[in-house]
Ligand binder design. Structure first.
Ligand SMILES: NC(=O)C1=CN([C@@H]2O[C@H](COP(=O)(O)OP(=O)(O)OC[C@H]3O[C@@H](n4cnc5c(N)ncnc54)[C@H](OP(=O)(O)O)[C@@H]3O)[C@@H](O)[C@H]2O)C=CC1
Ligand SMILES: O=C(O)CCC(=O)C(=O)O
Ligand SMILES: [Mg+2]
Length: 742
């Protein structure tokens, strides 16, 4: 065990990275006399790309594989990681990041779209390692406990965020395939009694055999599922939905998770683009082929590549694009000013955040004119789509939820060791032809098999037993700690869930559940049950699998407290370490755009504050370091005061932004350190600091606000220049000087 208490503060991307330039120096100053070391590790997209290609780069450009290092650390009891959100890159983002780094002098290889040689295949495989959700599954060696702290709920009740109106005649609804060839309907699941190693094989109708994955070790008691989405069913479903949106006069929107489901969902996304623009694509098939357009990267891939065409050809295609828009249903927009539609980039619209935002807005999305309208929200697979329909039905009947009075739905999520769908990407395949895909164990027994057609998307998912036991324990602990009902969102009619229910029922018996209300309900029913309670101001713990963990921890926070940035998000690692995620949301790309345009950062760091307190507590416990507990308690007090005085970033220029909010946190933290009497040495150290911060409040705030309103250069998007970014994010000389006193 390491002897120096160390917090690893992750260096990530976009808005959280910008916030780090301002906040980390504060954390380092406040921990300086505590015996705690605060170090960073670079898990940004740029850092992860660089780490893959050492031999292409100069010595001083190389970065070690910090992600693997942290992955190993999560297996140890002293692991203590503050994990900020990072980019889960789609192909367009990956290419943009590579281009930026190349322009900065990094001799990285281009991303090979269709690799031919072994060397190109190796390069593509290395890039594949950093694509999509490549970070979280490595670090999440524990299950998740996400909830809105009481102070945040109280704040939302006192300062309710806006909620769009919902009327009974809203035409918004969810479109999903249902029992028609989707993942839900085709799922098969087994629990293996003994450890084994399974092989995934495709056998063509012509008798040819291809091993898709040679080895997947399973532990005793592990659940293994397999399922597929029929391409034919999907394509015909998408055609129907597009026609339906048009006939109902609502905006068509598609909601996928192409980042986390990085193999299956870009394929589905690509089909949606191809169906929507069917005539255009048929008419220009040859040109599209020549240009090497890949619709899995979104319609934007075509829009970008036609730039290379001669002017007349380009104009012809552009006119046909306009005709396609005019012919189809109106498309929901990501950015109507720039003409970016829902189908442009697969990572622009991500279901966990996009559906709650739509629901919060009263069932509305943006149209091409910048107005809002009702939508047919298409979520092809029906495993979880019903949850959103349940919320929509509830709001249509009862009107919008009221943040002033509503209860809460915290979440206990099964995610350790890449549980369920989010661990499926290395076991997801597009069927090469008509045939059978089978999973056989080490003894040659067929565990699962499906008849597939060319293009069907087949996937297998694993869920280990130890994480399930840990998850059940965590659920019981939360129910005991709160007295609230705990509902397992599991559907006995779904193959995987049926296996899980058997385990849940067995493992609940290992715990004292007397007096606790524990239920198992199918997801949509569990959602309705929780909503019926939420309007009565009651809390209901949602105990879910990995995907619903992701969905629910944006859905309920966004409705309850306006954003998932304010969530406490703890991952008690199974070997005793702690992973403290900051909030439950992402890296807020649009905040960066605003920052570089007008030097204003709207990012709210409450998630970071909430993560840091239990991180200190973990150190206090693990290293028997009372001073760490003092830091935790005083930070808690400071965060409470921060909420009470409403010091989160404002929404408009001229108010304090992220940097000002950090100043106030520092001020309140210093004051709390002075007010405590348990550690007199710390009290003495922080007395002059608190005094200086109070005395200079007006000056510091003025210095922080003075820089707003003009563009600012941070020297890069994916890899900002540290010196420039640090200067931009720490514009108050007075505040800096006071921190240096510590
Ligand atoms: N843990 C992780 O590493 C996660 C990473 N991601 C990644 O983040 C990127 C963007 O994902 P996306 O789905 O757009 O979701 P985001 O959560 O980044 O953005 C959705 C919106 O949430 C609001 N928001 C989120 N966090 C904050 C914050 N701290 N302060 C203020 N507002 C906030 C903002 O909108 P508003 O105007 O409504 O306030 C923001 O535009 C992707 O690359 C995705 O893969 C996503 C989720 C988790
Ligand atoms: O890892 C990712 O890509 C996103 C994670 C996420 O959305 C979540 O855990 O809530
Ligand atoms: Mg999420």
């Amino acid at each position: 065990m390491s002897t120096v208490p160390t917090i690893i503060y992750t260096k990530t991307d976009e808005a959280p990275l910008l916030a780090t330039y301002s906040f980390l120096p504060i954390v380092q100053a406040f921990t300086k006399h505590s015996g705690i070391t605060v170090e960073t590790r670079d898990i940004s997209l740029a850092g992860r790309i660089i780490a893959q290609f050492p031999e292409f780069l100069a010595e001083d450009q190389r970065i070690g594989d910090h992600l693997s290092e942290l992955g190993a650390l999560t297996l140890t009891p002293e692991a203590n990681i503050i994990k900020l959100p990072n980019i889960s890159a789609s192909v367009p983002q990956l290419k943009a990041a590579v281009a930026e780094l190349q322009a900065k002098g990094y001799a990285l290889p281009d991303f090979p779209e269709s690799p031919q040689t072994d060397a190109e295949k190796d390069i593509k495989a290395r890039y594949a390692k950093v694509m999509g959700s490549a970070v979280n599954p490595v670090l999440r060696e524990g299950n998740s406990d996400r909830r809105a702290p009481k102070a945040v709920k109280d704040y939302a009740k006192a300062h309710p965020h806006s909620m769009g109106a919902w009327s009974g005649d809203s035409k918004t609804s969810v479109g999903t395939m249902g029992g028609n060839g989707d993942f839900f309907s085709n799922e098969k699941s087994v629990t293996v009694a003994d450890a084994t190693d399974v092989k995934i094989t495709f056998t063509g109708a012509d008798g040819s055999v291809k091993v898709l994955k040679d080895s997947t070790p399973l532990k005793a008691g592990e659940i293994l599922d397999a399922t597929f989405m029929s391409k034919a069913a999907l394509v015909s479903f998408l055609g129907e939905q597009i026609a339906k949106a048009k006939s109902e006069g609502v905006l068509f929107s598609l909601h996928m998770k192409a980042t986390m489901m990085k193999v299956s969902d870009p394929i589905i996304f690509g089909h949606a683009v191809e169906v929507f623009f069917k005539d255009l694509i048929a008419k220009h098939a040859d040109t599209i082929k020549e240009l090497g357009v890949d619709f899995r990267n979104g319609f934007g891939d075509l829009v970008a590549k036609i730039e290379k065409l001669p002017a007349d050809k380009k104009a012809e295609i552009e006119a046909d694009i306009q005709a396609a828009y005019a012919n189809g249903p109106a498309l929901s927009m990501v950015n109507s000013d720039k003409g970016i539609t829902n189908l442009h980039v697969p990572s622009d619209v991500i279901v966990d955040a996009s559906m709650p935002a739509m629901i919060r807005a009263g069932g509305k999305v943006w149209d091409a004119q910048g107005k809002t309208g009702d939508t047919l929200a298409v979520i092809p697979d029906s495993s979880y789509a019903g949850v959103y329909q349940a919320v929509i039905d509830f709001c249509k009947k009862n009107g919008p939820l009221d943040p002033k009075t509503m209860g809460s739905v915290p979440n206990v999520g099964l995610m350790a060791q890449a549980a369920e769908e989010y661990g499926s990407h290395n076991k997801t395949f597009e069927a090469p032809a008509k045939g059978t895909i089978s999973v056989t164990d080490a003894a040659g027994n067929v565990l699962l098999s499906h008849e597939v057609e060319a293009g069907d998307i087949w996937r297998a998912c694993q869920t280990k037993d130890a994480p399930i036991q840990d998850w059940v324990k965590l659920a019981v602990n939360r129910a005991r700690a709160t007295g609230d009902p705990a509902v397992f969102w599991l559907d006995k009619n779904r193959a995987h869930d049926a296996q899980l229910i058997a385990k849940v029922e067995a493992y609940l018996k290992n715990h004292d559940t007397s007096g606790l209300e524990i239920k198992i309900l199918a997801p949509a029913d569990a959602c309705t049950y929780s909503l019926e309670r939420i309007v009565e101001g009651k809390d209901t713990i949602s105990v879910t699998g990995n995907v619903l963990r992701d969905y629910n921890t944006d859905l309920f926070p966004i409705l309850e407290v306006g954003t998932s940035a304010k969530m406490l998000s703890i991952v008690p690692l199974m070997n005793g370490g702690g992973l403290f995620e900051t909030g439950a949301g992402g890296s807020a790309p649009k905040h960066v755009e605003q920052f570089v345009q007008e030097n204003y950062l709207r990012w709210d760091s409450l998630g970071e504050f909430f993560a840091l307190a239990p991180s200190f507590e973990h150190i206090a416990d693990t290293f028997k370091l009372p001073r760490a507990k003092v830091l935790a308690d005083t930070l808690d007090t400071a965060t409470g005061k921060f909420l009470e005085f409403d010091r989160s970033p404002g929404r408009k220029l001229g108010t304090i932004d992220n940097r000002g909010s950090h100043f106030y946190l520092a001020l309140y933290w210093a004051q709390a350190l002075v007010e405590q009497t348990g550690d007199l040495e710390l009290q003495a150290i922080f007395a002059p600091v608190a005094e200086q911060l109070v005395a200079n409040e007006a000056k510091i705030v003025e210095e922080l606000i003075a820089v707003q309103g003009k563009p600012v250069d941070i020297g890069g998007y994916y890899q900002p220049d540290d010196a420039k970014a640090s200067e931009a994010l720490r514009p108050s000389a007075t505040f800096k000087a006071i921190l240096e006193m510590i």
